[in-house]
Design a protein around this ligand. Structure first.
Ligand SMILES: *[C@@H]1O[C@H](CO)[C@@H](O)[C@H](O)[C@H]1NC(C)=O
Ligand SMILES: *[C@@H]1O[C@H](CO)[C@@H](O)[C@H](O)[C@H]1NC(C)=O
Ligand SMILES: *[C@@H]1O[C@H](CO)[C@@H](O)[C@H](O)[C@H]1NC(C)=O
Ligand SMILES: *[C@@H]1O[C@H](CO)[C@@H](O)[C@H](O)[C@H]1NC(C)=O
Length: 386
């Protein structure tokens, strides 16, 4: 499997200057505003642009949608922003929430006016950490399900239970979907879901993330909006947000994750299925092999650490169980088809992959449940496995 070599050793090579260049500049925008604007109008805009918002006690900057970090990408100079995905005949985005588990509701940001999007503020420490991260090789272990009945995929979605595994500062643990197209040395991929990654986010909270590359992380791509690429359109929700988690033996919470490519624009949209909110998209221009379709889609739990370090807990940190009170799961796993609809996949044509000792991580592929769709239960304490 071509993804493996990259997967085992994730080498994220993002240079600090690249990030610094790409990082949005909320200040210093005033000189770019149209000259014919009235002074008061300018002042008003400046005030909006520079007004930080707080959400969960964190700072978000209101950034003009046309001047967000994405447009620092050289291939997006002439990109025409797509405010909404094209509606496809017969497309069904199911808004219903399973009653098996309670949903997670993102708290709304109040205050970003139209044409302004919230972007989590990046601190100097974040950039120092990112630079440090990019210089180290991380190893990750995973459990995964990969359907293979189709040759091409246009996206995927599922509901993932949100947990908050205990993760040391230099480690990470995630529940995610990934979409990719080969070849491996020019890997094009998008990963999305939740992640606990203190070195990246500055704390041990469970956060929504998106990660992309168009060249196997050689020159392009990174997390969230830390490098140019992702175009945010939603005025309230954005990557890096903290989401409330459930607990082992307690209430479970799920979050609906979905990314799919719209045929007409070719852009890969990230849509939060709880409210069906269209958060934004990775434009087709930034990709090579993913411009048309994906050849691989997978659903996985993964946990990573520096080489030689034990990997942290996955999911709730306990081995899976089919009783949802005791397990982390992914349910309603679907792929986006060429017909523009989400479909279940053939559960007899899946690669079930497991790259660590069963004493570290385990998963149960349930197959298709009559109410909850295709399900997987996963987790484990992690440990010292090379
Ligand atoms: C997360 O960090 C806080 C503050 O440092 C700590 O109190 C808490 O126990 C940590 N939680 C986990 C799950 O590691
Ligand atoms: C880089 O990360 C490693 C591992 O967490 C840490 O030991 C080291 O001090 C960090 N270096 C800097 C410059 O932050
Ligand atoms: C899928 O993408 C590949 C790589 O870009 C392309 O060669 C192929 O023709 C595409 N297939 C379809 C059905 O669009
Ligand atoms: C799951 O576990 C809970 C708590 O022990 C129990 O009340 C419930 O009946 C179990 N559900 C199933 C389907 O076994």
């Amino acid at each position: 499997m071509s993804f493996k070599s990259l997967f085992d050793l994730v080498v994220v090579q993002v240079l600090l200057n690249l990030i610094l260049k790409d990082f949005h500049k909320a200040e210093g925008m005033s000189n770019k505003l149209p000259l014919n604007e009235e002074d008061t109008e300018l002042d008003k805009k400046l005030k909006i642009l520079n007004k930080p918002l707080t959400k969960f006690g964190e700072t978000y900057d209101c950034v003009n949608i046309y001047r967000q970090p994405a447009f620092d990408h050289p291939l997006l100079k002439h990109h025409k922003i797509q405010m909404k995905p094209n509606v496809i005949q017969g497309e069904q985005i199911d808004d219903s929430i399973s009653n098996m588990v309670s949903s997670v509701i993102w708290s709304k940001l109040e205050g970003c006016p139209s044409e302004i999007v919230p972007i989590r503020r990046t601190t100097k420490q974040d950039l120092v950490n990112a630079k440090n991260l990019s210089n180290r090789i991380k190893r990750r272990h995973y459990v995964s399900v990969q359907p293979f009945a189709e040759k091409v995929y246009y996206g995927g979605r599922d509901k993932i239970s949100i947990s908050n595994p205990s993760v040391n500062p230099d480690k990470f643990s995630t529940g995610q979907i990934w979409i990719q197209n080969d070849p491996v040395e020019e890997l094009n991929s998008i990963e999305f879901g939740w992640d606990v990654y203190p070195e990246l986010f500055g704390d041990n909270k469970t956060r929504v993330f998106g990660l992309w590359t168009a060249d196997g992380f050689k020159e392009t791509g990174y997390y969230n909006m830390l490098c140019a690429g992702f175009v945010q359109v939603h005025p309230e929700y954005s990557f890096g947000e903290y989401i409330r988690h459930g607990t082992y033996e307690g209430d479970q919470r799920v979050f609906y994750f979905s990314v799919h490519r719209y045929r007409e624009s070719g852009n890969w949209w990230y849509i939060n299925g709880v409210t069906n909110a269209k958060i934004g998209y990775w434009p087709k221009e930034i990709f090579t092999h993913l411009a048309n379709n994906a050849s691989v889609i997978g659903y996985r739990g993964a946990a990573g650490a520096d080489l030689g370090e034990p990997t942290p807990p996955m999911g709730h940190g306990y081995f899976p169980n089919t009783n949802s009170t005791y397990t982390c799961c992914m349910v309603d796993m679907k792929v986006f088809s060429d017909r523009g609809t989400y479909l279940s996949f053939d559960t007899s044509k899946v690669h079930l992959d497991h790259d660590a000792e069963k004493s570290c991580y385990e998963f149960i592929f349930y197959g298709r449940h009559i109410y909850h769709g295709i399900m997987i239960f996963f987790g484990g304490p992690g440990g010292d496995y090379p």
